[in-house]
Design a protein around this ligand. Structure first.
Ligand code: FE2
Ligand code: FE2
Length: 333
């Protein structure tokens, strides 16, 4: 007898709904993402090495970056490393059930086009931040490169299983989280006297805002078609908590706690905090009108109650959470 896996009816249903969104997602590629020819590119923000006065330009860049506090710089490096793990994100996305049934990266399907065009936009973020940080002269690039290498080697587990619904919850949340993080870094860079870095962070945050808008609209459509399934996925993802994409950056290496160090610093300087986590939940609960959904089945009604109280719970936790007194820097010279 053939040893076959039991059919997962919930997943089959989710895949069917996901395939109904293909045109909507294709439209998002054409209307929310930006054409490579007209899109900003990292070199728009960086000194041109062919210029005769390149040395002065670099000196100026380094002068501006001098005032950025070590903690802020470490946060920025961590954000850059997160962005550099991009191959993991494209792989993850294409492994979701129902996204790439043809197993082809040249498939004309809306979802496959999205997976590539989205990650292609993301690719510029790591590129730009990496080059900029290199030029500041303040970062131990070899240490950074080792961490990127290790993170890519270790991979990425957002705990969304291969369920496309949970993945849309994860990405909606995560794009908003990266937006918040880049916006806050930009503000701190401005305060520290580096308006160019501030503009870089603001520009990247603008990309994240478009991605967030798209992912939220995909999930809104799922809520419209299948409110019971959508709310259950939201509950599942929130119970597992949103694991940051770079969490495995230290695993198996000589600095296994390097991710914890990075996240303590972002918490301390206010780049990404427990409050932000709570506020994102609140935003998504309101956006998808969780509290006023009607006609739900029993399990979905329970999820509704759980989700309706969740942001408040996290706000209370954030309230009690103290920023660590001492933090340990990483990746700097
Ligand atoms: Fe990004
Ligand atoms: Fe993004």
């Amino acid at each position: 007898m053939k040893n076959s896996k039991p059919i997962n009816y919930e997943l089959e249903k989710n895949m069917e709904v996901i395939s109904q969104l293909d045109d909507l997602v294709g439209d998002a590629v054409d209307n929310i993402l930006v054409d490579p020819e007209t899109c900003w590119q990292p070199s728009d923000f960086l000194p041109e090495f062919g210029n005769p006065d390149i040395h002065d330009e670099i000196k100026l860049l380094q002068k501006r970056a001098e005032g950025i506090p070590d903690t802020v710089l470490t946060s920025l490096v961590g954000n850059m490393i997160t962005e550099e793990a991009l191959p993991s994100y494209q792989t993850y996305f294409n492994l979701l059930e129902g996204i790439n049934e043809e197993r082809s990266l040249v498939s004309p399907s809306g979802w496959v086009r999205w997976s590539k065009a989205w990650t292609a936009e993301e690719n510029r973020h790591g590129d730009l931040l990496n080059k900029y940080l290199y030029m500041t002269g303040r970062v131990d690039m070899k240490a950074v490169e080792i961490t990127i290498h290790r993170l890519l080697t270790n991979g990425f587990d957002p705990k969304s299983e291969s369920d496309p619904y949970q993945a849309m919850i994860y990405t909606s949340f995560q794009e908003r989280a990266t937006k918040v993080s880049h916006v806050n870094t930009g503000k701190l860079a401005d305060k520290a006297g580096d308006p160019v870095l501030a503009r870089i962070c603001k520009t990247i945050a603008g990309d994240e805002a478009r991605h967030e808008k798209a992912y939220k609209s995909f999930m809104s459509k799922i809520f419209e078609i299948d409110p019971n399934g959508a709310i259950l996925a939201f509950e599942k993802m929130m119970k597992k908590q949103i694991v940051m994409p770079a969490v495995l950056m230290g695993e198996g290496g000589p600095n296994p706690s390097i991710y914890t160090r990075f996240s303590e610093i972002t918490q301390k300087v206010g780049i990404y905090t427990g409050w932000d986590y709570a506020k994102i939940i609140d935003h998504l609960v309101n956006l998808w009108k969780i509290e006023s959904l009607t006609g739900l089945n029993d399990a979905a009604s329970k999820a509704q109650i759980y989700l309706s109280k969740l942001a408040d719970r996290y706000m209370r936790v954030a309230d009690r959470m103290k920023a660590p007194e001492e933090v340990q820097l990483a990746w700097l010279k």
